[in-house]
Design a binder for this molecule. Sequence first.
Ligand SMILES: C[S@@+](CC[C@H](N)C(=O)[O-])C[C@H]1O[C@@H](n2cnc3c(N)ncnc32)[C@H](O)[C@@H]1O
Length: 114
Amino acid sequence: MEHLPLDDSSVDVIISNCVVNLAPDKDRVFGEAFRVLKPGGRVAISDMVTRVPMPEIMRANLVSWAACVSGAITEKEYVAKMRAAGFVGVDKVAGGENPLEPLYSAKFVARKPG
Ligand SMILES: C[S@@+](CC[C@H](N)C(=O)[O-])C[C@H]1O[C@@H](n2cnc3c(N)ncnc32)[C@H](O)[C@@H]1O
C-alpha cells in the first residue's frame, strides 16, 4: 500500500478494511491512494482508530501492532491525513458511537476532486 504497482489516475474506487492502521507511514499510503485514483475517484475505508493518541509504549509493541491495535491513530488524525493527501468530502460515516470504547472501527469515505 505504500508503493502501489498501479499507474497514476488509473483506478475508479479503492476499498480497504483494517489495513491502513498497519502502515507506519500513513501519509504515504493516503498519498498513494490519491495518486492512483482517477479524478472523481472514491475511497471507502474501514479501519481501527482511537479516541486519544496511542501511548508510545503501546506503539513499540509489535505484537499489538500486528493485531491492528498499536498502529491506530485518532479519528481526527485520520481525517486530517486524508485531507492532507488531497481528498475532499472526507467523512466518517460510522463508528465511535460508544464513548467508552478507546479503540474502535470507523468507516470513512472520500473522493479525489474531479
Ligand atoms: C487485518 S488484515 C485485513 C485483511 C482484509 N482486508 C480483511 O478485511 O479481512 C490486514 C491485512 O493487511 C495486509 N498488509 C499489511 N501491511 C501491508 C502493506 N504494507 N501493504 C499491503 N497490505 C498490507 C496484511 O497482509 C493483511 O492481509
